[in-house]
Design a protein around this ligand. Structure first.
Ligand SMILES: NC(=O)c1ccc[n+]([C@@H]2O[C@H](COP(=O)([O-])OP(=O)(O)OC[C@H]3O[C@@H](n4cnc5c(N)ncnc54)[C@H](OP(=O)(O)O)[C@@H]3O)[C@@H](O)[C@H]2O)c1
Length: 286
């Protein structure tokens, strides 16, 4: 079969022929892959830069939609174990990393959407506590796929107001459901957040933007900041005086929970992506 495989981090992935995976044992399932997501994390792992990239050779991809070779049933699979890659014609994986999907789900849209959609849902359901009624969410990097999907997720999870921050005004203006937006200036410190108070920051950018937001927001109530992405590709140091002077809780969140753990959670019913088995917020480019 064919896979996308990295043999040298500096060269990137190649389309290569490898042996078919072994037949599944009783605890495993073999899927024929229909669609696999080219998420930011997938690119980062394929270049050896992500903490979970593992060793070489590396097969690209962390998730996919595929059909059980034995029964023809449709499944979603997510797996970040070393040695696994979803950019393959066939995969043999433990049953605990797959979840059945209803027929009719568009494999391309679903595979593209799960990782970005789950990021905000998990952050809000697993990494916040005691949010007030009709809380306010500030999304940094709102024009990213994850940022756009965070808007309906936050609304479905009880947010009364969602504010987006991004560089591109035209793209921000097109995001459905945003109550307000702030355009990030070229010099980030020129962007004015001093009139803004919120309960939660969902951060897909990090770097100077995160530091500027945390330093200048008009924080009048407890602020829960969740680091989800690093689009700025920059690290910053948070001065301890900032932490002492404001009531800020800082946490991080990653999306790649196994389906088994995910589906057992009671709050799953509130996740817009899983409720109807598809997500229309992303444009899919096969
Ligand atoms: N932890 C998790 O669970 C999880 C899950 C999914 C994604 N992520 C992370 O979240 C981030 C977003 O992922 P994604 O797949 O949604 O991204 P994406 O759709 O590929 O987002 C790309 C967009 O981000 C904006 N952007 C890029 N660099 C930026 C910068 N320096 N400052 C502000 N905006 C910038 C650009 O929008 P404009 O051109 O409009 O400026 C760009 O079009 C990534 O870091 C990803 O690794 C984390």
């Amino acid at each position: 079969m064919h896979v996308a495989q990295v043999r040298d981090w500096s060269e990137g992935p190649r389309y290569v022929t490898v042996d078919d995976p072994p037949a599944p044992s009783e605890d495993q399932i073999q899927l024929r892959v229909l669609a696999a997501g080219l998420h930011q994390i997938v690119r980062s792992r394929a270049s050896g830069q992500h903490y979970s990239a593992g060793s070489l050779p590396h097969i690209v991809g962390i998730d996919c939609v595929g059909r059980d070779v034995a029964t023809g049933k449709l499944y979603y699979c997510v797996n970040m174990q070393p040695g696994f890659g979803s950019f393959a014609e066939l995969i043999t994986v433990p049953k605990r990393v797959v979840h059945p999907l209803p027929e009719g789900v568009d494999p391309l849209s679903f595979a593209a959407s799960v990782n970005p959609a789950m990021s905000s849902w998990l952050a809000l359901t697993q990494r916040t506590s005691d949010l007030p009624k009709n809380y306010t969410v500030l999304i940094l990097g709102a024009t990213s796929a994850s940022g756009r999907l965070a808007v309906p997720a936050a609304k479905a999870l009880g947010a009364g107001k969602v504010i987006g921050v991004a560089r591109n005004e035209a793209s921000l203006a097109k995001i459905d459901g945003l109550d307000e937006f702030i355009v990030q200036k070229d010099a980030i410190t020129d962007t004015d957040f001093s009139q803004l108070d919120c309960d939660v920051v969902l951060d897909y950018v990090y770097g100077d933007l995160a530091l500027h937001v945390l330093s200048t927001l008009n924080v009048r109530r407890p602020l829960q900041y969740i680091a989800i992405g690093g689009l700025s590709r920059k690290e910053v140091a948070i001065p301890p005086a900032l932490l002492r002077s404001r009531d800020i809780t800082i946490r991080g969140c990653r999306a790649a929970l196994s389906p088994g753990r995910l589906y057992k959670r009671k709050s799953r019913a509130s996740c817009p992506l899983w409720r109807d088995g598809t997500c229309r917020a992303l444009t899919v480019c096969p």
